[in-house]
Write a protein that binds this ligand. Structure first.
Ligand SMILES: [Ca+2]
Ligand SMILES: [Ca+2]
Ligand SMILES: [Ca+2]
Ligand SMILES: [Ca+2]
Length: 511
């Protein structure tokens, strides 16, 4: 029986500060948590060799199989191998079968196997706990900013000097040989690089040992940018673009997370393996700004925990221009339409007519603008008369492409006043108002489909008129009253449409 067999008899127990440690042959053991005894699935007699690889201990069995105990050497004062039926070994004990001290598992075992006495001089040894530098072997910007502590273990009574980035420092060594050396922030390089740290030990009987450790410095998010294609060709996010959701994209250091902040709301971006990121900003997160700048802060956090932010200024206009308020419709002696008078001088107005005599054609109208004195508004004088029997659509636009339209219902020779309706094939006019004021005794019939077709996102339309006018909205439900700009309206819901009918119109039928 060899000396190793004598030492390794009975079942093996790994005593560690591990909470949830499982050992199986061919498997791996990771060490963390509270002290716990774990039975190792082999006996002393099965063990051929103990090998250190980095901070891991590899137990090689005689049949060639192995068990790896990860980070064993990081816990070497709290971690022992013990064996059933033998004296319990306290953590930190220097009993011969304590493994892990100074990376000398084999040597310790060898000493034990040779029945060495405690008087015999120890070999010089020094270990660097490289995976504890920066907490996890990676030093990020905030860890660097408070300076670095490098720790390790050596022979009790030894002195240790530690060299890092050209700075050599004497370590504090306690009575058990645990040492630590402090480096100030400005002594630690920044950026993204692998670093070496060296430890030089001199024992009390003048024996030397040295060790080299490696760790990583990563103090920055190396890439963070956003693509500049927000808000379409004009670079302004208008109402319809916001309604579709605004997509922000860019690049970040691979492995990072990206969060964007807009008007107090944080939204997580999706990041792919190459560092492409993208996020949809919902309409609800975009503030109601009328042609103004909104700041979006994009923050990337890399796998080392570093942060980096960029602020993008996006231009937003979610406020439509005022709805054209029609004061008069001007006719020629032959009753053709020759212009309209608006109460306000709006900057960007287009006029179209819908010929109901022909086949509901939608035709643009050229006009000259004649400003009126005393803030009386403006006349849009048509270049060519528009045929009697047409409806008019007057639309105001802003620079971002938001529109507000008034649909002017007009009488004509071919129009049956009792069954007036609106043309719904007029494209994206965004009608806000249907104006019956220029028609006598109109009975306007509206359907949900018509309203949805001619209005913007909100599917809401106001109907203006007089006491001689009637509105038929079959299936609608009255939901209450609203007052806007001093005018009272009755509110109705019709499916997804909302109709606000001016209080002057008293005849409303929902059947
Ligand atoms: Ca770290
Ligand atoms: Ca980084
Ligand atoms: Ca746009
Ligand atoms: Ca606007």
């Amino acid at each position: 029986m060899s000396s190793m067999d004598m030492l390794w008899s009975g079942r093996s127990i790994l005593r560690s500060d591990a909470q949830d440690i499982k050992a199986e042959i061919g498997g791996e053991v990771r060490v963390s948590g509270m002290p716990l005894d774990i039975l190792l699935p082999f006996e002393r007699g099965d063990v051929a060799d103990l090998v250190r690889r980095g901070d891991d201990l590899i137990i090689v069995l005689k049949d060639g199989r192995q068990t790896t105990i990860n980070d064993f050497y990081l816990f070497n004062s709290e971690l022992v191998l013990a064996f059933e039926g033998e004296q319990t070994v306290a953590p930190g004990s220097s009993a011969p079968y304590v493994l892990g001290a100074g990376g000398l598992a084999l040597a310790a075992l060898g000493v034990a196997a040779g029945n060495a006495s405690d008087d015999e001089p120890e070999d010089a040894r020094v270990v660097i706990y490289e995976k504890r530098i920066g907490g996890d072997g990676v030093v990020n910007a905030s860890e660097r900013s408070s300076g670095l502590t490098v720790t390790g273990e050596t022979n009790p009574g030894a002195t240790v000097e530690v060299e890092l980035g050209g700075v050599r420092r004497l370590a504090n060594v306690d009575q058990n040989g645990n040492w630590s050396a402090e480096f100030r922030s400005n002594e630690v390089p920044s950026g993204d690089q692998r670093m070496q740290v060296k430890a030089f030990a001199l024992t009390k009987d003048n024996k030397e040992a040295q060790a080299v450790g490696e760790f990583e410095i990563d103090t920055l998010v190396s890439v963070l940018d956003t693509d500049q294609n927000i808000g379409g060709a004009d670079g302004i996010i208008n109402k319809s673009e916001a309604a579709e959701g605004v997509r922000l994209t860019g690049n970040v250091e691979p492995g990072s997370e990206v969060v964007i902040a807009i008007s107090g709301q944080n939204i997580n971006a999706t990041v792919d393996n190459s560092g492409n990121w993208w996020v949809e900003i919902p309409e609800s997160a975009i503030p109601m700004v009328n042609d103004g700048v909104v700041e979006v802060r994009v923050t990337g956090t890399d796998s080392s925990g570093n942060h980096r932010s960029v602020v993008e200024a996006i231009t937003v206009d979610l406020v439509s221009p005022p709805v054209p308020d029609i004061k008069t419709v001007l006719r020629t002696d032959e009753r053709s339409l020759e212009g309209v008078q608006l109460r306000d001088d709006l900057s960007d107005v287009s006029v179209d007519y819908i010929s109901l005599v022909e086949d509901a054609e939608f035709v643009g109208v050229d006009y000259d603008t004649i400003p009126l004195p005393n803030s009386a508004g403006v006349i849009l004088a048509f270049d060519a008369p528009v045929p009697d029997g047409s409806h008019l659509v007057v639309t105001a636009s802003d620079a971002a492409g938001n529109r507000s339209g008034t649909y002017v219902v007009l009488s004509g020779p071919e129009i049956d006043q009792a069954s007036t309706t609106v043309a719904s094939n007029i494209g994206e006019c965004e009608i806000n108002v249907i104006d019956l004021e220029f028609m006598e005794d109109a009975t306007l019939t509206l359907t949900e489909a018509q309203i949805v077709a001619i209005t913007g996102e909100e599917n809401t339309v106001k109907v203006l008129g007089n006491s001689d006018d009637s509105v038929r909205i079959t299936g609608a439900t009255r939901t209450g009253s609203v007052t806007e700009d001093g005018t009272g309206y009755s509110a109705y819901e019709l499916g997804q449409a909302t109709i606000l009918i001016e209080d002057e119109i008293t005849s409303v039928s929902t059947v």
